[in-house]
Structures are given as structure tokens and as C-alpha cells.
Design a protein around this ligand. Sequence first.
Ligand code: S3P
Length: 176
Amino acid sequence: MIVLVGFMGAGKTTIGRALASRLGRPFVDTDQVVEAGIGLSIADIFEGFGERGFREIEARVIAEQLAGPEAVVALGGGAVTTPAVREALAGHDVVLLDITLEDALSRVGGDPSRPMLHRPDLADVFASRADTYRAIATVRVPVGGRPAAEVVELVLAGLEDPTAVPLDPGSPDAGE
Ligand code: S3P
């Protein structure tokens, strides 16, 4: 399975869809599966069940998808904070779309459909996830200001050879 991870706004859905069509595989966005399964928007699930309730549903959906037929699967940005999700990702191609908080906010800042964006401690949330993303990723692609088509090419190159996109682990855009 090819799984896309990264912070909100990194482009997991856009890149995932394009990647899936390039590879001739189905595309699955686990946020959309969660919403369809529960019949509520992500924002309403957070409101009704809290982040914890959402994470439980999300982890279940991800486990089901990872056990299903080969696909390109985009996870919600916070899915990797759930230990069971991290464990379930072992053995899969995990592609990190690496974005700075500044770039993420300029893309999706203020989006009312993303409750986590409105947390007062958003910078801490971002910082605490950075190491987790990098620890689980088998391929890491800096999104920077690149157009989607270029990111897709980098992902494909990285899947072919994970050392093809060599980066200083300290900086998402190192080497540019
Ligand atoms: C979340 C990211 C969202 C969605 C939910 C929580 C997060 O997905 O799963 O709002 O905790 O970062 P995207 O990364 O697709 O926006």
C-alpha cells in the first residue's frame, strides 16, 4: 500500500489522487471514508465525539483500508498520533509530504472544516508531529512551493529509490 501522510494542507488528497491515477490504482481518502461511514462531517464528529472519538473511528477506518486491496491511501494529518495507526503502517510505503507550518497555513489557514487548525496551540501540535512523521516515513518529499505535478514526480522517484530525494532531516526544504 502507498500511504500519504503529512500536516493539514500538505496536499495529501490532491497528490494522492494524481499518484493513484498515474499508478492505475484506486485512491482512498480516509477522512472521506470516516465521514461517509458516520454520516457526519469531520467538524461535526469532533464536536459530537471530541478529538478522541474521532481518532478511534479514524484508526478503525485506516486499519480496514490497509487490509484491503492495493491502493493509494491519504491519511488525515493527525492519524499518525494514534499508536495503533503507526503500528499498522509498518511494512507499507509511507510517503511524507513535508510542509512548513507557514506554507500549510497559507494554503488552508482558517478552514472551518478542519477543527485542529483552530487550536490555540497549533504551533505545538505541528512541532510535536514533525518527528513522528519523519520516523514513520519511508519516503519524504518537500512540498515547498512546488506545483502538484512536480511533487507527484518526486514521490514516484522516491518510491523507486528512497535516496532519490535526499534531504537534511533538519529542514523540510533542504537542498533546494
Ligand atoms: C486533522 C487533519 C484532517 C482531519 C481532521 C484532523 C489533524 O485531515 O483528519 O480534521 O489532526 O491534523 P487533513 O490533514 O486531510 O486536513
